[in-house]
Design a protein around this ligand. Sequence first.
Ligand SMILES: [Zn+2]
Length: 320
Amino acid sequence: MRHRVLVAAAAWWCVACSAPRPEPGGETPATSAATGTWCDKLPRVENRGFARVDVPSAWHEVYQVEPGVFAITEPRQFQEAISYLIVGDSSAVLFDSGIGLVPLAPVVKALTALPVRVLNSHSHFDHVGANHEFDQVLALDTPFTRANEAGKPHERIADEVAPTAFCGAAPSGADTAAFRSQPWQVTRRVKLGDTLAVGGRTLEIVAAPGHTPDAIVLLDRANGLLFTGDTFYESTLWFFAAETDIGAYEQTMQRLAALAPSLRRVLPAHNTVSASPARLQVVADAVGELRRGGGVREVDGERERVTVGDVRFLVRRAAP
Ligand SMILES: [Zn+2]
């Protein structure tokens, strides 16, 4: 989740809170819709250079980013979540499964007939939404992951399906009045450092704590690809929710930045399907600067907006 961790937290600790909820660039869905600044970015310019792949879904838009790598995007819901199907010679891995508003399994079946294992970059609801549609789901064994396997009730995520959450209409067939995040079953626990062989391609599960305790990135070392989940994407990075740990995140980003020279491409879980590996060092440096007290700061209630160069963070305010 990029933005709505705060919404869930607000519902939990401040039921009456009705402060505007920030969106990328500080916009709320309502103001975004009113000004067109969010919807008018679609399709994002960074994605337009990749080939679109026809799939049996009016909701998902699929791009082929690399041979055997498909980015399954949901651009018309404000999270703009991206799941990645990574196809080998003998099987495939689905890295995240989106928000779960529209069935995903038919899209995946259209892209590969091979067996598919689902693995999530972390267990926020907007990345695990279609896990329940698949019969092979891998996950870390952490208390945070186990808690999220129960799904999320409608009350916790109602704002995700409010009219202002969409560009245009809600997807046809989705019951937005009752939408909830479905529980999901883990069929095999995996560990940090495990590898997933899919035939001609090996994916390494790399620890990336910070955004959540169970955040991982997926490294395709031979092909120079790093699937970063919410550990890196090109928008405001959130460190407000209780499960975030910005100290752990700084260490994570330093490790990932050290990988950058060996990478050709970074594939984030929101907004854009490809980014330059050089951005990892930029963010690593920025979070270090933030933790040393630097950056341009703007207090926003219990939160603080911190801008370091072109990297934006929203963090918990330090205790006085
Ligand atoms: Zn998240």
